[in-house]
Write a protein that binds this ligand. Structure first.
Ligand SMILES: [Zn+2]
Ligand SMILES: [Zn+2]
Length: 229
């Protein structure tokens, strides 16, 4: 729900539901007024408005994961984030933000728990840091442990436990992937070893139970924590 007043017909409308345009006001171009796309078209057709504004369709409008600016998911310079469905980024933003192991792990966790926000809560971040420093787990190892538990072993998503499962299964997951690797080496005598990397195993994640979906596990927002900017 994002109610705004149409600049032209003066009526209130919800820009999450109806196509609209953004009219920048002031000198910085960061403040906007809004109007119905239809009203705008009428104003242009009847010669009252000369400016060209982009028409936003609420069905395809989203924001960039990295720069947080509005984008249209159908634009050719917009791509989805690989590990996070329904999250989008400008191609250019994706290039200046090559993802490191920690970010890939965080994206996977967000996807796993179907978080509506883009950000990991501080408590969970502390947990990750603790695992990395005290247990000497790697971020890639933790990612694989979660993939092992939820995708290979197909355990239901437990939002209460969160990532607390990692220390309990880390060793087991490591052994699983190592055994898999050795088996593959023996069986296939594959020439190109690089073609065989455990992370390529793709198994669908089971959807969490309805109740879990409603929980807003990551209710706090702290952009700096995740973006490191
Ligand atoms: Zn209007
Ligand atoms: Zn961007």
């Amino acid at each position: 729900m994002a109610e705004v007043n149409c600049r032209y017909c003066k009526k209130k409308f919800d820009r999450d539901k109806e196509p609209f345009i953004q009219i920048p006001v002031g000198t910085k171009g960061t403040v906007f007024r809004y109007a119905h796309a239809d009203c705008y078209a009428k104003e242009v057709n009847e010669g009252r408005v000369k400016e060209i504004y982009k028409v936003w369709n609420p069905k395809t409008a989203s924001t960039c994961f990295w720069c947080h600016k509005a984008l249209d998911t159908t634009d050719s310079n917009v791509i989805p984030l690989p590990d996070l469905p329904d999250r989008w980024t400008h191609k250019g933003c994706a290039q200046v933000h090559p993802m490191n192991d920690l970010e890939i792990l965080m994206l996977y966790i967000l996807k796993l728990f179907k978080s509506k926000d883009n950000f990991i809560p501080p408590g969970l971040m502390r947990q990750l840091n603790q695992y990395e420093q005290d247990y000497e787990f790697t971020y890639t190892g933790m990612l694989k442990a979660l993939k092992y538990w939820y995708e290979v072993k197909k355990h239901p998503i437990d939002t209460n436990r969160g990532i607390g499962i990692i220390p309990l299964i880390y060793k087991e997951a490591k052994e699983y992937y190592y055994a898999l690797y050795l088996a593959q080496l023996q069986n296939d005598k594959i020439e190109d070893f690089t073609a065989y990397i455990p992370k390529d195993i793709e198994v669908k994640i089971q959807p969490p139970k309805k109740k879990a979906e409603k929980r807003n596990l990551f209710s706090f927002l702290d952009e700096d924590n995740i973006n490191g900017e």
